[in-house]
Design a protein around this ligand. Structure first.
Ligand SMILES: Cc1ncc(C[n+]2csc(CCOP(=O)(O)OP(=O)(O)O)c2C)c(N)n1
Ligand SMILES: [Mg+2]
Length: 636
């Protein structure tokens, strides 16, 4: 962090809310010479906790800003969880160089943001959370919505933010804001530390005036680091890789956030090492590259999984190695498999007893390519990877063709969408059966196109995320793919999309239930119990009666959005073209088959089955589960 501006002396009297807005509006990031406002706007929902504190500060900023105060536009959300998702999608689309702040009232308004905070922290995306808190003076306790804890007067519901935040502070006195705000910015702009940062703001403190040193409000530039690898660590990594006969590289989200695509392509061209991707890393290497083999792990391609199974050296770049990536520790089967991890975060670099290189992905890939000094994977290995890729592409052709059934499989829709969307348009998804299908089938030709939130896989992310991604990148068409279950969980932000005239395309897949958990339930012996949307049947007492009368198109229309309803891939194509041509946000509701079929794939995911049961379906699944689990191991 550095600052070239001249020193300013004296103080300025502002409330804590006004000071925080003024401070945030003066923060910038810089990477590779590009300088941007770090928090260009704030989302919020007001209640007694913030209406007169931060709310007043945002109003004053909009209507009567102080001299030299930068603007901080306010956006009104409908649900606090959603606004955090919007902010996360914004920050992700900006490769973590910019984000948004989210202010909520006390109690439920604040705790509604906990899911979003957890999502941000899991996904390593910066977001600034500003929950309001109970009175610091405690004179009026218990204030409306206060949780009273008889074991500690300083406990509030906001303490629940601590485990899901990378930094947490409660501002009980005005002057505490100074160190807390600076630490908050340090964490948010550090690629190794980043995630949700929470500044908890008691409602009385927000309104309290204080004489702030003027220097607190000068413009600050936070230089986003590209840590270089330690030479000795690089040598160790190069030695391991040079000994490899069947190496693979796994590109994770860090590859994209560090804008390492060109470095990755250079590395791949120089070494001939095939590249597999995770949900967060897809598109880091264009799908058109001959050595881009596709998704690895539980929902990966057979081509990638076969290469992973045989790999003697696995180079992980910017990946957390979730259970989906490792197929719950069954993906890598070579008895002597060794890992080399390039990661900006030592915690991730160390995973699987790896030869660890703590580094920015782009810097690290360039340095490793040079350190390898002309090493190439055996030619037959690179050739085998390409043969396997060609075989997989043949195998999945049928996924995109019409199936012999009344309603289309969703894979037909995804095939059409993948063709119709531009390389730098953005497809968003997070939960349901879609992420698996997309991971196996989608061809991402740019690092921006494939926006899958699969760290927290949070139903309800997609719709508000489309708003955030479009705000971050207005030149891209932004498409959210939303399951009917997911839609029912969080449709509210359609109102915000309408109010702000943000042009996104919502694609809702209506299959009257949970295709994902339904098939998981069936394959694990639980007979799709509780996974369809049906009326309770009076004779069976179960939820297996008629389909619900719930009308998704009518529901969306009631928000003032145009809706097209289709039941085939051909009609979907026409509908998409119309949606694309429209100046306004529109929705396409696609009726799809709950039972797929879904893409083939040999990946596995560890979901335990009861060891004893009176149900035959469970007994069968239990035997199968034990067999599937057998290859699971630690990588030491
Ligand atoms: C907030 C949240 N709750 C529960 C889950 C577990 N879950 C994963 S997928 C799913 C069902 C999704 O249904 P839908 O959106 O209709 O997609 P489909 O499975 O039909 O593709 C559930 C309940 C989750 N991922 N997120
Ligand atoms: Mg569904």
């Amino acid at each position: 962090m550095s600052d070239p501006s001249s020193a300013r002396t004296g103080t300025i009297r502002l409330t804590v809310g006004q000071a925080l807005v003024r401070f945030l509006a003066a923060q910038f990031t810089e990477r590779d010479g590009v300088r941007e406002r770090f928090v260009p706007s704030t989302f919020g929902i007001f209640g007694h906790g913030n209406v007169a504190g931060l709310g007043q500060a945002l109003l004053q900023n909009a209507t009567d800003p102080g001299e030299g105060e930068n603007p901080m536009p306010y956006y009104q959300a409908r649900n606090e969880q959603n606004m955090v998702h919007t902010a996360v999608a914004y920050a992700r689309t900006k490769n973590r160089l910019q984000t948004l702040a989210c202010t909520a009232s006390i109690g439920p308004g604040s705790t509604n943001m906990i899911t979003g905070a957890a999502l941000a922290t899991v996904d390593r995306i910066p977001v600034l959370i500003l929950p309001s808190d109970i009175f610091a003076t405690r004179t009026v306790d218990p204030v409306l919505q206060q949780l009273e804890d008889e074991t500690g007067g300083d406990v509030s519901v906001n303490d629940a933010f601590r485990p899901v935040s990378r930094y947490f502070d409660r501002i009980s006195r005005p002057e505490q804001l100074i160190p807390a705000a600076l630490q908050a910015l340090r964490v948010l702009t550090d690629p190794a530390e980043t995630g949700a940062v929470t500044l908890s703001l008691p409602q009385d403190v927000q309104a309290e005036a204080y004489d702030w040193p003027r220097e607190f409000f000068r413009e600050r530039t936070w230089h986003v680091a590209r840590p270089v690898p330690e030479p000795a660590a690089l040598d160790r990594a190069a030695t391991v890789i040079r000994s490899a006969r069947r190496p693979v590289l796994i590109a994770g989200g860090g590859t994209i956030y560090s804008e390492a695509s060109a470095a990755l392509a250079d590395f791949t061209d120089a070494t001939g090492i095939p590249v597999l991707d995770t949900q967060a890393g897809k598109g880091a290497l264009s799908a058109d590259h001959p050595l881009a083999i596709g998704g690895v792990g539980a929902t990966g391609t057979d081509a990638a999984n076969d290469l992973a199974a045989e790999a003697d050296v696995i180079i992980g770049v910017g990946t957390r190695y979730t259970d989906f990536t490792t197929a719950s520790h069954t993906a890598f089967r070579h008895p002597d498999a060794r890992f080399v991890n390039l990661n900006v975060k030592a915690f991730d670099a160390a995973k699987h007893s790896a030869t660890m290189v703590v580094t920015d992905a782009r810097t690290g890939l360039d340095a490793l390519r040079e350190a390898l000094g002309g090493y190439r994977a055996p030619a037959e290995h690179s050739a085998l990877a390409q043969t396997r890729r060609a075989e997989w592409e043949k195998l999945i052709e049928s996924c995109f063709q019409p199936h012999d059934q009344e309603l289309p499989a969703q894979t037909e829709i995804f095939g059409a969408l993948n063709e119709l969307m531009g390389e730098e348009d953005i497809v968003i998804n997070a939960a349901g059966s879609m992420p698996g299908d997309l991971q196996a089938l989608w061809k991402a030709r740019s690092p921006i196109q494939y926006h899958l939130e699969y760290g927290y896989s949070c139903m309800g992310y997609e719709l508000p995320a489309s708003l955030g991604a479009k705000m971050a990148r207005p030149e891209s068409e932004v498409v959210a793919i939303i399951g009917d279950g997911t839609f029912q969980m969080a449709p509210q932000e359609i109102a915000t999309i309408v109010a702000e005239r943000v042009k996104v395309i919502l694609v809702i897949l209506q299959n009257h239930g949970w295709s994902s958990i339904g098939s998981l339930s069936e394959s694990h012996g639980s007979q799709r119990f509780g996974t369809k949307y049906r009326m309770r049947d009076e004779s069976t007492g179960m939820l297996d009666g008629e389909k619900l009368p719930f009308d998704i198109p009518a529901n969306i229309r009631s928000y003032g959005l145009e809706v097209q309803e289709v039941s085939s891939a051909a009609d979907f194509r026409d509908a998409y073209r119309r949606a694309e041509a429209s100046e306004d946000a529109t929705a396409i509701v696609v009726n799809t088959n709950l039972y797929g079929p879904n893409p083939p794939g040999n990946g596995w995911w560890d979901v335990p089955v009861p060891q004893i049961s009176r149900l035959e379906s469970t007994q069968r699944a239990s035997t199968e589960y034990e067999a599937d689990k057998a290859p699971q191991r630690h990588y030491l």
